[in-house]
Design a binder for this molecule. Structure first.
Ligand SMILES: [Zn+2]
Ligand SMILES: [Zn+2]
Length: 764
C-alpha cells in the first residue's frame, strides 16, 4: 500500500457500552481499512491504515453517523507514519490504564429488533424477558466498575452458552460485545414468590402467575431495571385504594404503565412533544392532560388534571403488559417516601407486607434508579425528576472546570453531581434525605459516581442550610468545602441547562431555602451569573408560624398572610374556620421570635387554604398543584388579575401581595366561584411578578430573566410570567432538561464551583 495513510482517531463522549467498537469494526472493514479499535479510560481509541479517502470517511462517519445510543463529544484525528504491519482490523480488549474517565451509558428501552425476537415463536429468545443487545438494555444499573466489560457488571455470574458466546464474538452480530447478552439457556430467570420470599414458580411460568394475580386485583412487586415497582390493575378502584392504604400514600398520584401508544392516547391528550418523550428510548413517565372519560380508577390521580403514563421498557414489562392487556399502576417499590427497594432481600423485608406476590429475577441491580418524570409543556417537555434513562449522561459545562468537584445537593429530591474537565454528571434521583435509608443511598451514589467517572473531588459543594444531612456529610469529608446559597444554585442550574454564563435576573421561587439573614427565602429576585449573586428583590417577608409545621399545614400560612393583609381580627375569624388552633397560631405569628419567610410556595399554600381548597397536605406542593388545577379550568385572561403592590425597602424591590390576599378573601365572601378566584390569584401574582422583574431588569441593564425553583413547575403561573416578560422585550430562560425543583440543585452547585475562581458570596 504505497500511498496508504495511517491515523489515530480518539473518540470521547458516551461511547462505551453502546456498541461502538463493533460499529467501528464493521465500518472499517467495509472501507478496506486495517488496524484496531479499543476502549480505554478516555473513551474509544481507533488506529487505522489504508487509502486516504477511506481514512477520512471513517472519521466523518464517527463524527456524523455514530451508532444510535452513542453521544460523541469529540473525534480527534492524529496522522501517524504508516507502518504496513496490520494484517486485518481487530477489536482489542479494554486497556486498564489511568483513572476511568469514560461516561457509562444510560439504561435504554428494548429495541425493535429485540422485541421482534421476543415475539417470534421460531426465535430462540421467544418470550425471554431479559433479551437485549448493543442497542438496548440495562447499563448504569448493572455496571459495578469501569471499563464497562461483562466481568465489571452484575452479569459476571452468568456464563454465556455457546450460542450467546458466538453472537458475542461475531463482529457482524448485533450482540457483538453486548455485555448483558443472555438467553433462556444461560441468562437470568424469573421467579414468582409469595410475600415471605418462598419460591413458588421459577422460569416463564412465573410471569403467568403474576399476570393472573394482577388480573384478580392483587398487588404485585415487580423487579425492573433500577428497582422494584408495586403493580396493580389501574382500572380496579378497590385494588388501587388498597395499594394506597398499604403503601401509606394518601393522595400523591401514581404512574400508570400502558401496553402501547394507542392506549396512552386514550388516557391522555398528548401533543407531539409529549409523544416523542413517551416513546423515546429513555422511557420516562410523562405527565399529560387526562382524557375524559377515562378507564383508569379515579384514585390513581384524584383531583388532578394530569396523569403520569409510561410505556414498557424491558422485555419483562412488554410480556407482562401483553398478558394483562390493560394499564397497570407501576409505582416505586417503597413504603411512603423511603428509597425504592432494589435487592430481593430488601424487597421481601420492606415490600413483603405490602404485596400479595413478588415477580423477581436473579440479575442483580447494582444501583437503584427510579423512573424519570417529565411534564408535557406546550409542545415540549420539562424535566421534573431526572433519573433512569438520563443518569448518568454527562452535561457539558459552559466553561472548562477549574477543579474536580463533588456537589451534594439539597435535602429534598436530592441528587449529587460530579464535575471535571468539560462536563458534569448528575446522579439518579436519591430522594428526601430525611430518611436514614435515603442517606445510605446518598453515600452509595457519591462513591459510585466518583469511581465510575474517576473524579477525585478537590472541592465539596453544599447548601448553606446547616441542618441538611447533605451539608453535614460535606463538612465531614475532610476536603475543602464551598457553601452556595440555595437560590443562587437554582439560577445556576437554569443557566447550566442552557449552557449560559452571562449575568441574568434570576427569579428563584420555591418552598424554602436557607437565606443569609435568618429568613427562610423562597421568593427571590437575584442578579446572578455562575460566579456571583446579589439579592435585589423578594416577596414581602411574612411570619411562618410553627417552624416547619406550615409545610404540612397550609392553613397556618393562611392565618399569617391574613394577619399581614387584614389584621388580627380577620386572621382569627378566617383561621378559626380552618383549624381550632387558629388563636394560638395568630399569637405565634404576632410574636417577635416567629420564623420569617419570603417563600412563594407558602404564599400559594396560604391562598389554597383561604379558598378552602386544602388546609393540610400529604405531599410537597399538593395545595399549589390543586390550586393550579382549579385555575386551569378558566381560560387565560378569563379572570381579572387581583392587584399586587411593590415598594423599595432597604435597597430591595419588594413584591407585596397583601392587596391580592385581601381581594381573594373579599371575593370568597361574596361567593365568587373558587375557580375564578384561583385564576385571579394566578393572574395577579404573575402580573405583579412581571412588574417587579421588569423594573429590576431595567435597573440592572439585564436583557435576560431565568425562572427556577419548584413554583415554576406550575404551568399556568410559569406561562403567565414568561409571556409577560417576553411582552416587555425580555429573553426568558425556563428549565428544559434540568429539573426546576431541588433535584437540580446539585447541578447548579457543581456548575458554580467548576467555573468560579473563588467561592461566590451572596451579597445582600
Ligand atoms: Zn436490542
Ligand atoms: Zn445463551
Amino acid at each position: 500500500m504505497a500511498d496508504a495513510q495511517r491515523c489515530q482517531l480518539r473518540v470521547t463522549g458516551t461511547v462505551q457500552g453502546v456498541g461502538f467498537r463493533p460499529f467501528v469494526y464493521r465500518r472499517a472493514v467495509a472501507l478496506g481499512l486495517v488496524g484496531f479499535v479499543r476502549n480505554d479510560s478516555a473513551g474509544v481509541l481507533v488506529e487505522v491504515e489504508g487509502p486516504p479517502a477511506s481514512v477520512e470517511e471513517l472519521g466523518r462517519v464517527l463524527r456524523e453517523e455514530p451508532p444510535p445510543l452513542a453521544l460523541v463529544s469529540s473525534v480527534t484525528a492524529t496522522p501517524l507514519a504508516p507502518i504496513g504491519t496490520y494484517e486485518s482490523f481487530v477489536i482489542v480488549e479494554s486497556a486498564e490504564e489511568g483513572p476511568p474517565a469514560v461516561p457509562v451509558s444510560v439504561d435504554t428501552a428494548t429495541c425493535a429488533d429485540c422485541l421482534a425476537e421476543v415475539d417470534d415463536p421460531a426465535d430462540r429468545r421467544y418470550g425471554y424477558p431479559f433479551t437485549n443487545c448493543t442497542n438496548c438494555g440495562p447499563r448504569y444499573t448493572i455496571v459495578v466498575s469501569v471499563p464497562y466489560d461483562r466481568p465489571a457488571t452484575t452479569m459476571a455470574g452468568f456464563k454465556m452458552c455457546p450460542d450467546c458466546q458466538r453472537e458475542y464474538e461475531d463482529p457482524a452480530n448485533r450482540r457483538f460485545h453486548a455485555q448483558p447478552n443472555a438467553c433462556g439457556v444461560c441468562g437470568p430467570q424469573l421467579s414468582w414468590c409469595n410475600p415471605a420470599g418462598d419460591l413458588l414458580v421459577r422460569g416463564p411460568g412465573a410471569l403467568e402467575e403474576a399476570a393472573v394475580s394482577l388480573l384478580s386485583g392483587r398487588i404485585v412487586a415487580v423487579k425492573g431495571i433500577g428497582g422494584f415497582h408495586l403493580a396493580v390493575d389501574a382500572g380496579n378502584p378497590e385494588a388501587v385504594l388498597e395499594l394506597r392504604r398499604r403503601k401509606s400514600r394518601d393522595d400523591k398520584p401514581f404512574a400508570v404503565m400502558v401496553p402501547d401508544l394507542e392506549t396512552a392516547r386514550r388516557l391522555c391528550r398528548l401533543d407531539a412533544g409529549a409523544e416523542e418523550a413517551l416513546t423515546s428510548v429513555r422511557r420516562p413517565v410523562v405527565l399529560g392532560p387526562k382524557a375524559v372519560p377515562t378507564t383508569v380508577a379515579d384514585s390513581v390521580a384524584r383531583g388532578l388534571p394530569e396523569l403520569g403514563i409510561f410505556l414498557p421498557y424491558t422485555p419483562l414489562h412488554h410480556l407482562l403488559l401483553e398478558r394483562v392487556a390493560r394499564p397497570l399502576v407501576m409505582t416505586s417499590g417503597n413504603l411512603s417516601d423511603d428509597p425504592i427497594a432494589y435487592t430481593d432481600e430488601d424487597a421481601f423485608a420492606r415490600l413483603g407486607p405490602l404485596v400479595d406476590g413478588v415477580l423477581t429475577h436473579d440479575r442483580p441491580i447494582h444501583i437503584r434508579c427510579d423512573d424519570s418524570v417529565l411534564k408535557a409543556a406546550g409542545g415540549s417537555t420539562q424535566m421534573l425528576r431526572r433519573s433512569r434513562g438520563y443518569a448518568p449522561e454527562p452535561m457539558a459545562l459552559p466553561r472548562p472546570a477549574l477543579r474536580q468537584v463533588l456537589a451534594v445537593g439539597a435535602e429534598l429530591k436530592n441528587t449529587v453531581t460530579v464535575a471535571k474537565d468539560s462536563w458534569m454528571v448528575a446522579s439518579h434521583h436519591i430522594g428526601d434525605l430525611e430518611h436514614l435509608a435515603t442517606y445510605q443511598s446518598f453515600c452509595q451514589a457519591v462513591d459510585h459516581l466518583c469511581k465510575l467517572f474517576g473524579v477525585t473531588p478537590e472541592v465539596v459543594v453544599h447548601d448553606l442550610h446547616p441542618e441538611y444531612l447533605s451539608t453535614k456529610m460535606a463538612l465531614d469529608l475532610d476536603l475543602p468545602t464551598w457553601g452556595i446559597q440555595h437560590h443562587h444554585a437554582h439560577i445556576a442550574s437554569c443557566l447550566a441547562d442552557h449552557g449560559r454564563t452571562d449575568q441574568v435576573l434570576g427569579l428563584a421561587f420555591d418552598g424554602l431555602g436557607y437565606g443569609t439573614d435568618g429568613v427562610l427565602w423562597g421568593g427571590e429576585f437575584l442578579v446572578a451569573d455562575l460566579e456571583s449573586c446579589r439579592r435585589v428583590g423578594h416577596l414581602k417577608t411574612c411570619p411562618q408560624p410553627g417552624g416547619a409545621a406550615p409545610i404540612h399545614e397550609p392553613w397556618r400560612m393562611a392565618v399569617a398572610w391574613s394577619l399581614l393583609s387584614l389584621g388580627a381580627d380577620a386572621a382569627l375569624r378566617l383561621g378559626s374556620g380552618l383549624d381550632p388552633r387558629a388563636p394560638l397560631v395568630v399569637g405565634l405569628a404576632e410574636s417577635k421570635a416567629v420564623q420569617k419567610t419570603t417563600s412563594m410556595g407558602r404564599l400559594f399554600d396560604a391562598a389554597a387554604a383561604l379558598l378552602g381548597v386544602r388546609s393540610r397536605v400529604s405531599y410537597e406542593g399538593q395545595a399549589a398543584v390543586e390550586l393550579e388545577a382549579l385555575a386551569r379550568t378558566v381560560p387565560p385572561g378569563g379572570a381579572p388579575p387581583y392587584p399586587v403592590d411593590r415598594a423599595w425597602e432597604g435597597g430591595k424591590l419588594v413584591l407585596d401581595p397583601r392587596p391580592l390576599i385581601t381581594a381573594l378573601v373579599e371575593g370568597n365572601e361574596r361567593g365568587t366561584p373558587v375557580e375564578q378566584l384561583a385564576a385571579s390569584f394566578h393572574e395577579g401574582l404573575a402580573r405583579g411578578t412581571v412588574e417587579v422583574a421588569v423594573e429590576l431588569a431595567r435597573a440592572n441593564s439585564l436583557p435576560t430573566v431565568a425562572l427556577s425553583g419548584g413554583v415554576f413547575q406550575n404551568g399556568r403561573f410559569s406561562d403567565l410570567v414568561s409571556q409577560g416578560l417576553v411582552a416587555h422585550g425580555l429573553e426568558v430562560l425556563v428549565h428544559r432538561t434540568v429539573p426546576p425543583n431541588d433535584g437540580g440543585i446539585s447541578l447548579g452547585q457543581a456548575a458554580i464551583a467548576s467555573v468560579s475562581q473563588h467561592p461566590p458570596q451572596m451579597s445582600d
